[in-house]
Design a protein around this ligand. Sequence first.
Ligand code: PGA
Length: 255
Amino acid sequence: MSQERTTLIAGNWKMNGGLDEVDGLAGDLAGRMAGLAAAPGFELAVCPPFPLLPMVASAIEESGIALGAQDCHGNEKGAHTGDVSAKLLAQVGCAYVIVGHSERRTDHGETDEQVRAKAEAAQAAGMAAIVCVGETEAERDAGRATEVVVGQVVGSVPEGATAENLVIAYEPVWAIGTGKTATPQDAQDMHAAIRASLADRFGAETAAGIRILYGGSMKPGNAAELLALADVDGGLIGGASLVADDFWAIGQAAG
Ligand code: PGA
């Protein structure tokens, strides 16, 4: 992690959590933030399912914890049954929207082009897009991991990226929910390749400010090692974000 980038620890609840987690998880984290003697050296964000967003927004109000959504539509509004606009997410208090998670790329066939439109919509609504990229195990085994991931970054990140409106999450697909993680060297190499690609397009100064998170089985036991890497600026946490003690411990490892 670099001094100029505030470490972001974002919890991706996925299709987990219900009404009990509003106070039991989000409220619990807010209480822990309030109990800190000094400002934390990291930023926490929680990304619950859509219906919980306004309630979680209330539970974390004034805690310094940011709210994020897990998806948005690429269009501003219209006839898109079941989809949610970026503008509405901003209205209910979201600062972040995860776009292009590998589960959405797989489950819903999302393409780089669609992910780019979603990121653009999130940014236009005043939020930061957390653009997810990552290779499959077969792609890594074939020696194509960097090519695939950099290709996704090029295809999924809209023009006009800044340190404020863009976060990248590198999540090797084979590491998500599996208990496997990238080695520190592989993670650092990929994060550096992503930053180099951002620098080519947006300039070195902008790229130096954009946070690149690692995701895929990050836990209290491996977080400190991953977060200490030069180009790893935080984590996108799935399973471990559902347990307040674990998520908090990852934040502590960052701070
Ligand atoms: P995991 O999920 O931490 O459960 O591996 C990470 C993610 O998919 O964002």
